[in-house]
Design a protein around this ligand. Structure first.
Ligand SMILES: Cc1ncc(COP(=O)(O)O)c(C=O)c1O
Length: 409
């Protein structure tokens, strides 16, 4: 009996480290959050660090969701999204790009970032090579890393006419070993906007090599300047069987960041595969949120045009003020809702953003958040009210001139 008791004595359980896998624990914390946290609790700040409009979602969209809840649109829906929303989406895309889209080419997702994740989960395996045009919204670079891919970056550079892409460098970087080329145009944070000729050259190159293009089109409706309905799109050039996926979102052009609604455009052949991957992520988008999406697309065109107009005026104002400040370099963004600029003599963007919070009461995003190519730059989201923008610009002008004076003393 005594012997039996001895053998039953339990050892203390092993203490295993409570760690995530390396690809996750290696991810850096958000540098934008780092600055926002530094300003937490301050009521005197003017904030332009996050990428969203200061305006709430318009009433016609909210009403559609409320009515849908009243009608019990509260059950699971199709993995790829409701047929009626996909029909509206197909019609919307056809109108925008001047060619037909079947509903089987569209899938509804729970946000733009989820659209990117689902597309990349569908396409890439650990060890695959992904090429990006940078500086870029950090999630786009980090999703492939989470999935174990190897990321290569080709940077745009500031030129006299705005941000410029060295097309030959990009084409050289995209080799037969590349699985996916990701392009975000108009780009966050720079506002760089690809030209149709560049798209054609990239499409031809990727067609030859069998490389997938993932086009992040979240800002395609935020073209700045009067006239165009949207930025140049691969979908106007490609055919239905090209290796091309578009990731898009209701967040920016329809002022719906908190709704978490986006979509994918892909070859029909991937419809079922995308549905499988959506099943394991979110299973489906809530039905009442999709009703809001239908209203946004069906009734939203005048609102999107008004937003383009407003953002163009804001861009012009911000650029005029920044360019007039001594030592400030501000290439003109052609799309999106951000100015990406730098102040001579300030190479450490996190340190500079912290100082602007502390000394000027101004909240901007540090360029280093968008990769090493963004270091030394700051991002200003100008989807803001006129008074707020005026106040922010005045604070920056004061800080820049005070700082210059102190440096010269
Ligand atoms: C380039 C880009 N893509 C995708 C997204 C994702 O948008 P959301 O997840 O809000 O739909 C953002 C958001 O800032 C973005 O800047």
């Amino acid at each position: 009996m005594a012997e039996q008791q001895e053998t039953c004595t339990l050892e203390a359980p092993a203490r295993w480290p409570l760690t995530a896998r390396a690809a996750i624990s290696d991810l850096p914390a958000s540098k934008i959050r780092e600055i926002a946290n530094a300003g937490f609790g301050r009521t005197d700040l003017v904030r332009f660090w996050f990428g969203e409009s200061n305006r709430p979602t318009p009433d016609y969209i909210k009403r559609a969701a409320v009515e849908a809840i009243d009608k019990d649109a509260v059950f699971y829906t199709h993995n790829n999204g409701r047929e009626d929303l996909r029909e509206v989406l197909a019609g919307y895309l056809g109108g925008l790009h001047g060619r037909g889209f079947s509903t089987q080419r569209t899938s509804v997702t729970s946000s733009g970032v989820s659209a990117l994740m689902i597309a990349l989960q569908t396409l890439i395996a650990p060890g695959d090579r992904v090429v990006l045009v940078t500086p870029i919204w950090p999630n786009i670079a980090q999703i492939p890393e989470v999935l174990g891919a190897h990321v290569e970056r080709v940077a745009v550079s500031p030129g006299p006419a705005g941000w410029e892409l060295d097309l030959d460098r990009l084409l050289d970087a995209v080799t037969p070993a590349t699985r996916v080329l990701i392009i975000n145009s108009p780009g966050n944070p720079t506002g760089w906007t690809i030209t149709r000729a560049q798209q054609q050259a990239i499409l031809d190159h990727c067609r030859r090599l069998g490389v997938w293009i993932l086009s992040d089109d979240v800002y395609e409706r935020l073209v700045l300047g009067e006239g165009a309905a949207n930025a140049p799109s691969f979908f106007a050039l490609a055919d239905a069987r090209d290796r091309l996926i578009g990731a898009n979102s209701f967040s920016k052009a329809w002022l719906m960041t908190g709704w978490r609604l986006g979509w994918l455009v892909a070859p029909e052949e991937l419809f079922g595969e995308l549905g499988k991957v959506i099943e394991f992520n979110t299973s489906c988008v809530p039905g009442f949120i999709q009703s809001a999406g239908i209203a946004a697309l069906a009734e939203g065109e005048p609102h999107v045009r008004a937003l383009q107009h407003e953002l163009t005026a804001n861009r012009n104002k911000v650029l005029a003020h920044l360019s007039a400040m001594e030592g400030v370099e501000a290439p003109c963004p052609e799309g999106g809702m951000y100015a990406f600029f730098r102040i001579r003599g300030h190479g450490d963007s996190v340190a500079l953003a912290r100082r602007l919070v502390a000394e000027a009461g101004l909240g901007l995003a540090p360029g280093a958040a968008f990769g090493p190519e963004g270091e030394g730059w700051l991002r200003w989201c100008f989807a803001a009210g006129g008074t707020e923008l005026d106040e922010g610009l005045a604070r920056l002008a004061r800080w820049v001139s005070d700082n210059r004076r102190k440096e010269q003393e």
